[in-house]
Design a protein around this ligand. Structure first.
Ligand SMILES: CC(=O)N[C@@H](CC(=O)O)C(=O)NC[C@H](CC1(C(=O)N[C@@H](Cc2ccc(O)cc2)C(=O)O)CCCC1)C(=O)O
Ligand SMILES: [Zn+2]
Length: 594
């Protein structure tokens, strides 16, 4: 490398020393706000965000004094290109402070909203989303009670945000344009380093749509029986509030009603967890044990000391939405979640710990490479481990399922429960950023924020609102955490494809023989080595290279996911022989959006 590059290497080494302290301060203040929502803590976090942005801005200017696009050293060039791409730090101090204030205003609305006047209540109790409204959405089978929770939550959270969101989006776009992108959507897509990323995602969705349509037709038919007193839209859409989840993004809560072989065991181990006296920490220890069995590190001491693993009972308001935190000092890693002892939280704890293990595997990397190879990689780590943990065999081996998991009918029940979580999610994972990218791209304006939202919800998910919604007055996208929190979402769609590619590669490395849905890589050194070799590279090289190193393919492909669910697909095609597949894909039922 030229002497210019040698000098640049010295500069970037100093950068890597300085940036860790700046990011540590910002993350620490953000953690304090998230685990104790007060105006004071929000103000402090916003100030630290501004200091961090000022640092990023300054370093981007310094980095651009070098001719880094012509560096010979690929890694050094990649590091400089990331430092130079400063994101929202490009905004003026005033715009940046305004943006963080708008963001925390919406996050506070979302995290503190409650819904009152529950049917049958006489004491005027008001209920938060987590755990109360989510509990209603998953366990109630009372149409009107479900409407109360579904509509109430949207009116108390999203409906208070659209004007704030409009200003917020303008600032995100302003930063993107300063950095040379057409809009914030193009900036977000740039992290995937693929010119035709939108087309790649659309093609993956089209490959997966037949599987989703089969599941949708089967579930719709069963729900018509359960709610026989209510009419479903003639267009084939399923009312959004009866799918067992506030956003209809997972239908796992319907597992018992949807079970192919009802007289055989399902895969809900909640009762067993409680019977065996599991507490929240016990779920974390189960997850840690699996990662350690693959050769990864156990949770560090300060993880146990500083994490927030359950909702505080001291009256503090917290952001309950689960998250995993890297403090960028190579020492401090934490999880914040309002854990409850049940099957869903067992899986979620694996998901969050997957982030922590990735943080720890790449902590030696320069700071700009301490990220997923692309954001979908980060979301796939915990989930790919959960694919092994969820198998009947594994659940039996850790004593959470009775003997006899080796039964083909139990197998089909297992595949159905996985499909209710994973296949049901696919269109949802896809549509959120379709809507946001189009909003940033000004494909629709403030008067149709909610109309455009329900257009993608009806077209991709084949669901419709159970009560009339207003195209401009309501803002139902804001009722989903990631929109006010400004967390991009296509990463989950990408993860749901990648995790089956990872799972196949790890099972092959472990010399597993048999159907992939029964594969459990617990304690496999070969599978662990393969996954860890991928994780420790962080974002140091383009993700197609890293994917090829692990799976032999440079591309995302839906084939492993389709192969995994093939036995269920065959069963569903049989079951749906007399069903009309699909729904009117031109939009929502007439009159549902006004
Ligand atoms: C500091 C920070 O923010 N860190 C990032 C991680 C990082 O970027 O390093 C982070 O912790 N993000 C939070 C987010 C939380 C969850 C989530 O939001 N999930 C999606 C979609 C989904 C659903 C089911 C599933 O199995 C997998 C995904 C949803 O619930 O809609 C909620 C429980 C599961 C994951 C997360 O962990 O991804
Ligand atoms: Zn995640």
């Amino acid at each position: 490398q030229s002497d210019d590059e040698e000098a640049a290497q010295i500069w970037v080494d100093q950068y890597n020393q300085d940036v860790q302290g700046v990011y540590f301060d910002y993350v620490s203040a953000d953690w304090t706000y998230n685990t104790n929502i007060t105006d004071h803590n929000s103000q402090l976090a916003n100030e630290k965000a501004a200091e961090s942005a000022a640092f990023d801005n300054q370093k981007a200017i310094e980095a651009n004094n070098w001719d880094w696009p012509n560096f010979q050293n690929e890694s050094l060039k990649r590091e400089f290109s990331k430092i130079a791409d400063m994101g929202y730090a490009a905004l003026s101090d005033e715009d940046f402070n305004n943006m963080t204030k708008l963001n925390s205003n919406m996050t506070t609305i979302y995290s503190t909203a409650t819904v009152c006047n529950k049917p049958g209540d006489t004491n005027g109790t008001c209920y938060p989303l987590d755990p109360d409204l989510e509990e209603v959405m998953s366990s109630s089978r009372d149409w009107d009670e479900l409407v109360w929770a579904w509509e109430g939550w949207r009116n108390e959270s999203g409906r208070k945000m659209p004007d704030t969101y409009e200003q917020f989006a303008e600032l995100l776009n302003k930063a993107a344009v300063i950095n040379g992108y057409a809009d914030n959507g193009e900036y977000w897509r740039s992290w995937y380093e693929s010119a035709d990323f939108r087309q790649i995602c659309e093609n993956l969705w089209l490959e997966l749509k037949p599987l989703y349509q089969q599941l949708h037709a089967y579930v719709r038919s069963k729900l018509r029986d359960i709610y026989s007193g209510h009419t479903f839209p003639g267009t084939g859409h399923i009312p959004a509030h009866i799918l067992g989840n506030m956003w209809a993004q997972s239908w796992l809560a319907l597992e018992q009603e949807m079970r192919p072989y009802p007289n055989k065991t399902g895969l809900d181990v909640t009762d067993e967890l409680i019977k065996q006296g599991y507490n929240n920490t016990g779920l974390f220890l189960l997850a840690e044990d699996f990662f350690v069995s693959l050769g990864m590190d156990p949770m560090v001491d300060n993880f146990w000391e500083n994490s927030m693993i359950e909702k505080p009972t001291d009256g503090r308001e917290v952001v309950c939405h689960a998250s995993a935190w890297d403090f960028y000092n190579g020492i401090d890693f934490r999880i914040k979640q309002c854990t409850r002892v049940n099957t869903e939280w067992l899986i979620t704890t694996h998901h969050e710990m997957g982030h922590i293990e990735y943080f720890m595997e790449y902590k030696h990397q320069p700071v700009q490479f301490r990220d997923g190879a692309n954001p979908g990689f980060h979301e796939a780590i915990g989930d790919v481990i959960a694919l092994s943990v969820s198998t009947p065999n594994h659940m039996e081996s850790i004593g959470l399922l009775p003997e006899g998991a080796d039964d083909p009918e139990v197998d089909m029940n297992f595949l159905m429960s996985e499909a209710l979580k994973k296949i049901a999610f696919i269109p949802f994972g896809y549509l959120i950023d379709q809507w946001r990218w189009d909003l940033f791209g000004e494909e629709f304006d403030r008067n149709n924020y909610n109309g455009a939202w329900w257009d993608v919800r009806c077209r991709y998910q084949g669901i419709s609102p159970p009560v009339t919604r207003s195209a401009s007055g309501d803002f139902d996208a804001g009722a989903k955490y990631h929109v006010p929190a400004n967390t991009p979402y296509i990463r989950y769609f990408v993860s749901y494809v990648l995790q089956y590619q990872f799972h196949k590669a790890m099972c092959d490395a472990a010399n597993y023989v048999g159907p992939y849905h029964r594969c459990d890589v617990y304690k496999s050194n070969e599978a662990g080595d393969l996954l860890r070799a991928m994780m420790e590279t962080g974002a140091s090289r383009p993700w197609p290279e890293i994917l090829e190193q692990m799976t032999g393919s440079r591309n995302m492909t839906a084939q492993p996911l389709i192969d995994y669910f093939q036995p269920l697909m065959d069963w569903l095609i049989e079951e749906n022989a007399d069903e009309t597949l699909g729904w009117d894909e031109t939009g929502c039922p007439v009159g549902s959006i006004v």
